[in-house]
Design a protein around this ligand. Structure first.
Ligand SMILES: Cc1cc2nc3c(=O)[nH]c(=O)nc-3n(C[C@H](O)[C@H](O)[C@H](O)COP(=O)(O)OP(=O)(O)OC[C@H]3O[C@@H](n4cnc5c(N)ncnc54)[C@H](O)[C@@H]3O)c2cc1C
Length: 384
């Protein structure tokens, strides 16, 4: 009988799984190694495939209040900023401040009676018995253990495979500016994407605090930093984007601080569960963020697993087979497509760039729709 679930990690995957399981009154403990539930102060886009699930969990309205709802997305020429294509969004696409998202999720989890233990690092898990061993030597047992511990997942390394995260030759520069500093141009209040040679840039208003988030992707040979994320220097950001549209230069320059992240990737393991342990979110299928889907996949995983637990009750084998069937192909597909999107966005041969822009004009809408229209609830209903 599945009565207790232990979740390792209070990121988007762990917190969403916590809320989704509490809906079915399952006892849930989340163990987080940090001393607070915090996120990096940056934006996140959430598309319909994820927000429809947050709606089902009764989390959407609160998130919508603190988020921004862009009307659509412009894909633009990197130099002239001329529109290449435009895609309309419906009201299900949100741009949020990550801190608001995790705050809403963690507060709801606690309100639903979940237990969240901070400064609790899990050293090891025994897959067969569901035993969790903490860094201070204590231990506990759970009927299911959800490994939501991110791309560097220790649990995955111990139990599933030993593949290392690999640098993808991309770094993401991130910054936030006040909306009053955003240059005036038609569509500046929507999601704007600039495909260029050797990189791409995205900016959008986020949250309710009149802020604009930007992400600038630069291709690079090496990531020589010790940490995966660090404060960067504006001159180093401006250099690779020299010759790009002036508005972008102005956006970068008006950011008080800029941060750079090495973007890493890790193959999806053959199995997403072993014994009593399941992998969710970046622990299962980390991906480059070029389709804005890593967090959305974490929400899809979390929601799916909770519904399967309720649907198949004590039949662990059935839960495992169904989770594998529903989540591995989907996670891997979106991971591969995100990777391809990077190659596509970063073409630098002028002829190929022209062909790329034509392809964007023709296919960006059906491509986005294809990803965003995935309906996890419908897919779950198909597994008997
Ligand atoms: C530049 C950039 C832009 C992005 N933009 C988007 C976007 O617009 N839309 C989108 O959907 N996605 C986006 N993503 C992807 C998204 O941020 C991630 O996919 C998502 O945050 C993964 O959540 P997670 O909960 O799986 O992992 P994490 O957020 O990594 O959480 C893991 C948690 O586990 C904890 N932990 C780790 N080990 C242990 C342990 N041993 N014991 C206890 N706790 C532990 C960690 O402290 C952490 O809190 C972007 C990513 C990047 C880098």
């Amino acid at each position: 009988m599945i009565q207790t679930v232990a979740i390792i990690g209070a990121g988007i995957a762990g917190l969403t799984a916590g809320c989704a399981l509490r809906k079915y009154k399952i006892k849930v403990d989340i163990f987080e190694r940090s001393d607070s539930v915090t996120e990096f102060g940056a934006g996140i886009t959430l598309s319909k495939n994820a927000t429809s699930l947050l709606r089902d969990l009764d989390l959407f309205d609160e998130l919508e209040t603190s988020s921004y709802t862009p009307k659509g997305s412009f894909i633009r020429h990197y130099k002239t900023a001329k529109q290449i294509a435009h895609v309309d969004f419906n009201k299900d696409f949100l741009t949020a401040d990550r801190r608001d998202l995790v705050h809403i999720l963690s507060k709801r989890f606690l309100d639903m009676g979940g237990s969240l233990q901070l400064s609790r690092t899990i050293e090891k898990v025994e897959a067969k018995s569901g035993k969790l061993i903490f860094s201070d030597g204590e231990n506990c047992y759970a009927d299911l253990v959800l490994s939501c511990d991110g791309i560097k997942s220790r649990i995955r390394e111990d139990i599933f495979d030993s593949t290392e995260p690999r640098f993808t030759n991309n770094i993401a520069w991130r910054g936030v500016i006040e909306r009053s500093n955003l240059p005036e141009f038609p569509g500046n209040d929507q999601v704007n994407i600039y495909h260029g040679p050797g990189g791409h840039v995205v900016h959008y208003p986020m949250g309710h605090k009149d802020m604009v988030n930007f992400v600038a992707i630069e291709t690079r040979e090496n990531w020589e930093e010790e940490s995966w994320k660090r404060e960067g220097n504006k001159e180093d950001l401006l250099k690779p984007f020299k010759g790009w549209n002036e508005n972008l230069q102005n956006i970068f320059s008006s950011s008080e601080k800029v941060y750079k992240w090495g973007l890493f990737d890790r193959k999806v393991p053959k199995l997403l569960s072993k014994g009593k342990v399941f992998l969710l979110g970046d622990a299962a299928h980390p991906m480059v963020p070029f389709l804005g889907q890593g967090g959305c996949m974490a929400i899809e995983d979390a929601f799916t697993l909770a519904v399967l637990v309720d649907k198949f009750k004590d039949d662990l084998d059935k839960i495992k087979v169904s989770y594998q069937q529903l989540r591995r192909t989907r996670g891997n597909l979106i991971r591969q497509r995100s990777k391809f999107q990077g190659k596509f966005n970063h073409l630098s041969n002028p002829l190929l760039m022209r062909l790329r822009n034509l392809a964007v004009k023709l296919f960006v809408k059906p491509n986005m729709e294809n990803i965003h229209s995935y309906d996890a609830i419908k897919e779950i209903s198909k597994v008997a």
